[in-house]
Design a protein around this ligand. Structure first.
Ligand SMILES: Nc1ncnc2c1ncn2[C@@H]1O[C@H](COP(=O)(O)OP(=O)(O)OP(=O)(O)O)[C@@H](O)[C@H]1O
Ligand SMILES: [Mg+2]
Length: 256
């Protein structure tokens, strides 16, 4: 079967004055791929996601989602089209309960229902199913601001995935988690992959990147300097030179 390109970036750039945050990126992501993006702080990784997900206007280039140009399409519309993302700073409605967060995403995230609708039994039953799937049922009535970081991250993934996106962008999904929590998140990623969702994630934790991704990209100064197997990162001379001082071998060895 021919491979299907689900996400394509053509010469995508972002300039902030003299600073080139994203520099002429060309990239094709195939349907079903799981791609991990690494690179030093300030490399342009989050800005790249902001361009793809419509949060920031490009300075140049085009992005195609499932073959259609999407530059200029607002983020909520992209979400309704099947392009979902999570954020580097764990997000959620802190003063609402876990169940209320799920219900809000369920009702308004699909793009079909309108404000003012009444929450029905079907909404609550679906919310219960989602909380069970993400091991959040015991926290249903807890305020999101009070729950542990791992659970807030799981909630963020749940709200992004519940409307069955074609592509899921995750910005540092395991940042700040402990090694056992990262293991739990690796399992969660396996479940999300089984749904057939194409995943592109940014991550500094190399153990997560090499375990979860089947393809790795490294960004540096707005450019892609590596595109290959996760295992090949450690021996790549360009990557090593970028991480001079913190050996690429150690990096891939997985400081969690
Ligand atoms: N709104 C903005 N205005 C000006 N400069 C910006 C803006 N947003 C990002 N930048 C700059 O663009 C560069 C890339 O930032 P970005 O946040 O994309 O990096 P990153 O690779 O995600 O880094 P990290 O790993 O620390 O999250 C940085 O130099 C940053 O200061
Ligand atoms: Mg970032």
């Amino acid at each position: 079967m021919a491979e299907q390109c689900i996400l394509e970036c053509r010469n995508v750039s972002k300039h902030y004055g003299a600073l080139v945050a994203v520099d002429d990126i060309d990239l094709r992501i195939q349907s079903g791929e799981t791609v991990g993006i690494g690179g030093p702080n300030g490399a342009g990784k989050t800005t790249f996601f902001d361009l793809i997900s419509g949060l920031t206007a490009v300075s140049g280039g085009q992005v195609l989602f499932n073959g259609d140009p999407i530059i200029g399409v607002p983020p909520h519309q992209l979400f309704h089209m099947g392009l979902a993302r999570t954020f580097q700073v764990t997000d959620g409605f802190g003063s609402l309960s876990v169940e209320q967060n799920i219900l809000a995403s369920l009702v308004y995230g699909g793009g079909k229902e309108r404000p003012g609708i009444l929450l029905g039994k079907r909404h609550r039953m679906r919310a219960a199913e989602i909380m069970e799937e993400y091991h959040l049922s015991h926290l249903a009535q807890a305020m999101v601001s009070d729950i542990p970081a791992l659970d807030r991250k799981k909630l963020m993934v749940a709200t992004a995935v519940m409307h069955d996106p074609k592509v899921l962008l995750l910005d540092e999904p395991v940042g700040g988690l402990t090694p056992p929590e990262i293991d739990a998140f690796i399992e969660l990623m396996a479940d999300v992959r089984k749904k057939g969702i194409s995943i592109v994630f940014i991550e500094h934790v190399m153990r997560f990147l090499t375990t979860v991704a089947d393809r790795a990209l490294i960004m540096h100064q707005g450019r892609l300097i590596y595109d290959g197997t996760p295992q090949g990162i450690a021996s790549d001379e360009t990557v090593k030179s970028v991480y001079l001082g913190s050996s690429a071998d150690q990096m891939v060895g997985g400081a969690a």
